[in-house]
Design a protein around this ligand. Structure first.
Ligand code: PMP
Length: 394
């Protein structure tokens, strides 16, 4: 059996129609299949390879770390340089109240940690999340997802979860003194890149402060420079009580974090002791890769290039078949008339060596989230191919 057949036979599948591209290597903006055909990665492995595949600084940091040690002890017991240096570097990018980082392995785990922390800290149970929100696939994270179709077969999920409309100020009245946390994606990803205005976020912040509910901002997809600021909440001039990150954070390695103040985070250490634990969270190799990623973003001034690149995409993506382009930095959605129409375009682009994607809750929009290292020439080439593909399908 070849690898494709073994993939279909032995690997747990997530749909009945996987892309099943056989990737052999990846470098920078490109991935290469088994015949060495190059694919321009316009989605960064869904927001992961934000500084490109195998960035040399990340590879160097990984190699240096594996020569020292791999895993040595469950998270939280030993002082290991990659973890503390990473936490220090991350907190330097953040306001003072976000000075304490709990490292985990993934976005879903960051969500789980935040939900537990908010309940433990406030001693309340009600959680408010948003329609079309996505925070991960574990049971707790799924409980706060904003799509009933995804949740229904897995019920019962967590109780006391309430969904409100994203960007709708009238719904903020549902945040009350029973609310432990309001969890919101600063820019909604799987909803198809949806954003709200500054006034809305200010009202949300004020309502949380007034009621004592913790404001949790999920920047697992939109953080780490993707929107043109290190953190997307910087666009809105407000500060969350708990911040979530993962995906692009690891430079291609698995890592996530929930971040809060030292005093809030302290509640996970007592009553009960070991209130949240993880064996592999903040794995030394992932932490070293993540620290290198922070340094690359800063030293190469990549985040500063995002707005110009976004504008270039926007100026080129004009076509009568494009209904709308929504974007915050290099997190973009191109909307077409239907899933079926977009399906043809995505497959045409794949033939042309361009990888794009859909969104979980928005199947008529094309996901564009390239590595921030993409050049003007590559943007022009990609947009040309997208426009040509549109012209070639019916
Ligand atoms: N939150 C958001 C906003 C996400 O986009 C994702 C992943 N798509 C997650 C949480 C879950 O992250 P992971 O897949 O690493 O568990």
């Amino acid at each position: 059996m070849n690898n494709r057949q073994l993939f279909l036979k032995h690997l747990g599948q997530t749909s009945e129609f996987p892309l099943a591209l056989e990737i052999q290597r990846a470098e920078g903006l490109y991935m290469y299949d088994k015949d060495d055909k190059a694919y321009l990665d316009l989605i960064s492995g869904i927001g992961v390879s934000s500084i490109g595949h195998r960035h040399p600084k990340v590879i160097e940091a990984i190699k240096a770390q594996i020569d020292k040690h791999l895993h040595v002890m469950v998270y939280g017991e030993f002082v290991t340089a990659p973890q503390v240096q990473l936490a220090h570097a991350i907190t330097k990018t953040l306001p003072e109240n976000l000075d304490n980082v709990f490292l985990v392995n993934s976005g879903s785990e960051a969500t789980e940690g935040a939900l537990k922390l908010a309940k433990r800290h406030t001693q309340r149970s009600k959680i408010i999340s948003f329609e079309n929100a996505y925070h991960g696939s574990t049971s707790g994270a799924l409980s706060i997802a904003g799509d009933e179709k995804l949740k229904a077969p897995f019920r019962p999920l967590l109780p006391d979860i309430h969904q409100i409309r994203f960007g709708e100020s009238n719904d903020l009245s549902q945040i009350d003194k029973d609310t432990a946390a309001v969890i919101i994606e600063t820019v909604q990803g799987e909803a198809g890149v949806r954003y709200a205005d500054v006034d809305y976020f200010e009202s949300l912040r004020a309502k949380c402060t007034e009621t004592g509910a913790l404001l949790v901002m999920d920047e697992i997809q939109c953080g780490f420079g993707r929107t043109g600021k290190f953190w997307a909440f910087e666009h809105y001039g407000i500060i969350p009580d708990i911040l979530l990150c993962a995906k692009g954070m690891g430079g291609g390695m698995p890592i996530g974090a929930f971040i809060s103040s030292k005093s809030i985070m302290h509640d996970l250490t007592h009553d009960p002791i070991l209130g949240h634990i993880t064996t592999f969270g903040g794995h030394p190799v992932s932490a070293a890769a993540s620290l290198a990623t922070v340094q690359v973003l800063q030293e190469e001034k990549l985040i500063e290039t995002v707005a110009v690149k976004e504008q270039l995409f926007l100026s080129l993506l004009n076509h009568s078949k494009i209904k709308e382009v929504r974007s915050v930095g290099l997190m973009m959605a191109i909307e077409f008339e239907s899933f079926e129409y977009l399906d043809q375009i995505i497959h045409k682009l794949l033939e042309e060596g361009i990888l794009t994607d859909w969104f979980l809750f928005c199947d008529n929009s094309m996901r564009i989230a390239p590595p921030l290292t993409i050049t003007s020439e590559e943007i022009k080439m990609a947009c040309n191919k997208i426009l040509q593909a549109i012209d070639q399908v019916n």
